[in-house]
Design a protein around this ligand. Structure first.
Ligand code: CU
Length: 269
C-alpha cells in the first residue's frame, strides 16, 4: 500500500500503523468516489428530460440513500475512534521514560535546525533567548550553568541510535516552522514560546537504508513543512541513524572536540 501511495521508505516503529491508517482512508475514499460517481451518472440517465418531461414534486420515497449515508458515517466513525484517536493519544501521551530515551532539544530558526544534546550528565544546560548569539551561541546556552558545560550542539545535523526511543523537545526562536522527518513519519509544528515533545523509534540505520535503496549517497533529511520565510526551501537538515556503538563513537568524538575547544579557551572558557 505504501508503494502504491508513493510514500517514502519507512524507518520508524509507529510509522507502519500510520501508513495502514492512510491506506484505509484511501480505500474508503476510493469506494466513495466510484460509488458516488456511478450513482450520479445513473441519475443523469434515469431522470433525463426525455423520460421525465415534468418535474415530480414528491421525489423518491425509498430509504436507500439514508442507509448509504449511515454506512459512510459509520465507516468514518470506525476510522476515527478505532484507529486515529488511539494512535494520536499514544503519540502525545505515552512518552518514553526519560531515563532510557535519547533526549534531544531542537530549536528551529530562520532557516536552520539547532540541535542540543545534554552531554554525559544527561541534563540540558539552562538556556535563554537573551543569551542567543547567532554566531557563537545559537541556542542561548548559559555559560555560567555547570550543567551546560558538557552539552553538545550541532546545526542541521541530528545523530541518533537505531531501535531506541528518541524524545525530542521541539521549539522555535522566531516563527512557526514544522519539523518533518518523512521516513520516520514524524511531523510537528515548532512554535515560538512553546515546547512540544516529539518521540519515535528509528528502525533502520542510514547504512542499512543506503543498502536497501542501492544508493550510497542517501541521507535522511529534516524538512521544514511550514512556509516560514524567504529561505524556507533551504531549511534542510540531515539525520544519521547509527548503531548504538556508532552513536557512542560519534558522541565521544563530539565530547573530545568540545574538550579541546575548552583548553584553547574558546567561548566556553
Ligand atoms: Cu522553517
Amino acid at each position: 500500500m505504501e508503494r502504491f501511495l508513493g510514500l517514502p521508505e519507512l524507518a520508524s516503529e509507529h510509522g507502519a500503523r500510520l501508513d495502514h491508517l492512510t491506506g484505509l482512508i484511501h480505500v474508503l475514499m476510493a469506494v466513495l468516489f466510484v460509488v458516488w460517481t456511478a450513482f450520479f451518472l445513473f441519475m443523469l440517465v434515469r431522470f433525463r428530460r426525455g423520460s421525465h418531461p415534468r418535474a415530480d414534486y414528491t421525489g423518491v420515497r425509498g430509504k436507500a440513500s439514508t442507509w448509504a449515508e449511515a454506512a459512510v458515517a459509520l465507516a468514518e466513525v470506525i476510522l476515527l475512534v478505532g484507529f486515529s484517536i488511539p494512535l494520536y493519544s499514544e503519540r502525545v501521551d505515552d512518552l518514553p521514560p526519560l531515563d532510557t530515551a535519547v533526549k534531544v532539544r531542537i530549536v528551529a530558526e530562520q532557516f536552520a535546525w539547532n540541535v542540543h544534546y545534554p552531554g554525559p550528565d544527561g541534563v540540558f544546560g539552562r538556556s535563554s533567548i537573551e543569551l542567543v548569539d547567532t554566531q557563537t551561541n545559537p541556542l542561548g546556552i548559559d555559560p555560567e550553568d555547570p550543567m551546560g558545560k558538557d552539552d553538545i550542539t550541532a546545526i542541521n545535523q541530528l545523530h541518533l541510535p537505531v531501535d531506541e526511543p528518541v524524545l525530542i523537545t521541539l521549539s522555535s526562536k522566531d516563527v512557526i516552522h514544522s519539523f518533518f522527518l518523512p521516513e520516520m513519519r514524524v511531523k510537528q509544528d515548532a512554535i515560538p514560546g512553546m515546547e512540544f515533545p516529539v518521540w519515535f523509534v528509528p528502525t533502520v540505520t542510514t547504512e542499512a537504508m543506503r543498502a536497501r535503496l542501492g544508493n550510497d549517497k542517501f541521507d535522511y533529511e529534516i524538512g521544514c513543512a511550514q512556509l516560514c520565510g524567504i529561505g524556507h526551501a533551504t531549511m534542510r537538515g540531515f539525520v544519521t541513524v547509527h548503531t548504538r556503538e556508532g552513536f557512542d563513537a560519534w558522541m565521544a568524538e563530539q565530547e573530545a572536540e568540545k574538550a579541546a575547544e575548552g583548553e584553547e579557551g574558546g567561548f566556553w572558557g
